[in-house]
Structures are given as C-alpha cells and as structure tokens.
Design a protein around this ligand. Structure first.
Ligand SMILES: [Zn+2]
Length: 292
C-alpha cells in the first residue's frame, strides 16, 4: 500500500467515525446508559495517528503557513465580499455557523475591517494580517487539543468491546512507514481476516500512555474504576494519588465550577454533534461496511 493510499484510508476512517459519532451518545448523556451498541453497526477498527505535542504544534503552524501561501487571504476577501453582497441584497448570511465559523475566516475580522478602511496604512494592514495569522494558529492548536481531549475522554470511554482503537505514533516523519503505515496495513489485514489482534497499548510507549482513558467526571454516576490507582482530572489538570484526595477534588467548588464551564464550552463548540469540525461532522458517509 502506498503512503497516500494509507493516508486516504486513515482519513476515511476518521470521517466515517465522526459521522457515526453524531449518533453515538456521549458518556455524560442525561440517561447515563452509556454507549449503545447499535450506533456503530459493524466491528470497527480505528487508527489514531498521534504526534508528540511540540512536533504537532510545529506541524499545525506549518499547516497554517501553507494555507496562507495557498491563498488564504484571497479566500477570506472573497468570502467577505460575498457576505457583503448578500447583506446588501437583503439576505444576510448567518455568521454563527458553517463556513463563517471555520478556522481561518473569523480570525480575520479585524484585518478585513482594516482593509476596508481607506486610511489604513500598509504597515497597519500588515500588522492586522500577522495578528490574524497568529490567531488562526492559536485556534488551530486549540482545535487539535479539543480533538485529542475528545478522543481521550469521550471516544475511549464510549467504545464497546467490538471496536478497536489503535494509536500509531507518527511523531517522527523519518520512521512514518515503519511506525504508522506498516502497522496500519498489518493490523488492517488481521482485522479483515478476523485474526487475533495485539493489545493496543502494547504497540508503543505513546500508545500505552495515551490509550488510558482520561476521565472527565462530569457525572457522579460515571462507573468507578475497579481498582483505585491514581486519577487525573482533565478539566483541572490535577492528579490525585489517594482516593480520598480524589473525592475531595471532585467534590470541590473549584472543580464543579471548572466542569460546568467546560461543559458550557463543549456545548458551544459542538452544537448537536460531539465533534465540531464542519467538514468531518458533516458526515461524509461512504456507506461502506469496512472501516479500515
Ligand atoms: Zn477537577
């Protein structure tokens, strides 16, 4: 399998998953019954291509720079001109949804304002362009962070036994073939042949660490771990090594406040669906049974 092919398949799986996720109840749903088996009809193999934080950050920044080179500013101008024309025609666009909230457009509001103002100097315009660019980079990083948090706190906790999530470490590009493509191809073959599969956490140290579900403790009714080890509160970034300490933390005002704030933010970020990305959450349904 060629790299581009593998990449395409991985992206396809992600899209497929995101499409299914829209109908997959979250762990903190009101009825608290947890995942429903019928929401994903087929045995499912999921790959999470991971990159270590600092490397991911560099890649995300580079991605935004590439967007700029590929004509991002021109695109923003075109969109804005369209919005203006629609407004002038009495059909104002709804800027709270769709493309109007996409990363790389809304961050350019001040820049567009400066651009429309004839008194803006070249230097100021450059300043606003740079500001918009760094805002876009920030938003992109925040978005990636939310996705990872979503995988660790929602997806991992919701997966029934028939769905397998493997983390492949793509941090080092020079070993991408052996660390990502090779294992993905092998795992997919075993999966399709219904052969025994390795334990996901056995694949790499990153897998061992990150496939541990991060518990958000939104609900007191959330199932307790069988054995007490240590607990980490994702919301407050607090680790408790003793059970009583954990009880104290989850009962604290600060934690409860942070949790309700987080819930509010998640609700705003993901209206209707768990994953907020317009592109993926739009559910590019391919209708095929095998997610590879
Ligand atoms: Zn907390």
């Amino acid at each position: 399998m060629r790299l581009s092919h593998a990449k395409h398949q991985i992206t396809g799986a992600w899209r497929k998953l995101a499409g299914n996720e829209a109908v997959m109840p979250m762990m903190d749903d009101a009825d608290g019954t947890g995942p429903k088996e019928q929401s994903m009809r087929f045995d499912t193999l999921i790959f999470w291509v991971h990159a270590e934080k600092s490397v991911l950050r560099e890649r995300l920044d580079a991605r935004v720079d590439k967007m700029l080179e590929a004509g991002l500013l021109e695109e923003v101008r075109t969109l804005d001109a369209y919005a203006e024309a629609e407004a002038a025609a009495g059909r104002p666009v709804d800027k709270t949804r769709g493309i109007w909230v996409s990363i790389g457009y809304k961050e350019f509001k001040e820049y567009m304002h400066a651009l429309r103002n004839e008194e803006t100097s070249e230097k100021d315009l450059e300043y606003w362009a740079n500001t918009a660019l760094s805002k876009t980079k920030d938003s992109t990083r925040q978005y990636a962070k939310r996705q990872i948090r979503w995988i660790r706190s929602k997806l991992i906790n919701s997966l029934p036994a028939s769905k397998i999530l493997y983390l492949l470490d793509g941090t080092d590009v020079s070993t991408f073939d052996s660390a990502v493509v090779g294992p993905a191809v092998e795992l997919t073959s075993s999966f399709l042949a219904a052969e025994p599969m390795p334990e996901p956490s056995s694949l790499s140290s990153a897998a061992a660490e990150l496939l541990q579900p991060a518990r958000l403790h939104y609900e007191d009714s959330a199932p307790s771990p069988e054995k007490w080890t240590k607990q980490h509160c994702e919301v407050c970034d607090v680790t408790c090594v003793v059970e009583s300490q954990w009880g104290q933390h989850t009962g604290s005002k600060a934690h409860k406040k942070a949790v309700s704030k987080r819930r509010q933010r998640d609700r705003e970020a993901y209206p209707g669906a768990v994953l907020g990305d317009q592109e993926v959450a739009g559910g590019q349904e391919s209708g095929d049974a095998n997610v590879t």
